[in-house]
Design a protein around this ligand. Structure first.
Ligand code: NI
Length: 184
């Protein structure tokens, strides 16, 4: 099932999401999240973006052909804990399905260590760098109630105010179905 994507202004995007109960059957939810992400042509999707305040996100960067090493980067992260972020910070232009048509440079550290479960509740502790780390950091922020625009300067934020207000009203062009909190 393809869910509509919850957009900027909805309080679910600002909540710290809750852990899932270990052992919960996640098959349907995970399958729906991949389907929703694919329909929206996203490379990552966190559960709050479909209105569910739980600590789960999916990533699929296998379509980013020009990026070496991403061919098999299709994964589910359940109850993740970001253990450490380190190494040289770098800028990358990020976007978000919940903040359509806005892209801005965000500075993040280049490596991280994360502990998480997959959809079958197998536990992993792994290190990621480059684009993989970047995608994980962005999605991890979602389950902490954080958005990439939170990293922008006060001036940049002021400049985006009007566009963000329009998104909250559903006054934005997207190729996927959205759920806008103030749509009339
Ligand atoms: Ni996002």
């Amino acid at each position: 099932m393809v869910y509509p994507i919850v957009v900027y202004g909805d309080p679910v995007l600002r909540k710290r999401a809750s852990d899932l109960t270990p052992g919960t059957d996640l098959k349907q939810l995970v399958s729906d999240m991949f389907e929703t992400m694919e329909a929206a042509k996203g490379i990552g999707l966190a559960a709050p973006q479909i209105g569910k305040p739980v600590r789960l996100f999916v990533v699929d960067a296998t379509g980013l052909e020009d990026e070496v090493g991403l061919e098999s980067f299709r994964k589910t992260f359940v109850n993740p804990v970001l253990l450490d972020e380190f190494d040289a910070p770098w800028d990358f232009e990020e976007g978000c399905l919940s903040i359509p048509n806005i892209r801005e440079l965000v500075n993040r550290k280049s490596r991280l260590r994360i502990r998480y479960f997959d959809e079958t509740w197998r536990e992993y502790t792994e290190e990621y760098d480059g684009m993989k780390a970047r995608i994980i950091q962005h999605e991890y922020d979602h389950i902490e109630g954080k958005l990439f625009i939170d990293y922008l300067s006060p001036l940049k934020k002021r400049l985006l105010k009007g566009k963000l207000a329009d998104i909250t009203k559903g006054d934005v062009e997207t190729e996927y179905r959205i759920l806008a909190p103030l749509r009339k």
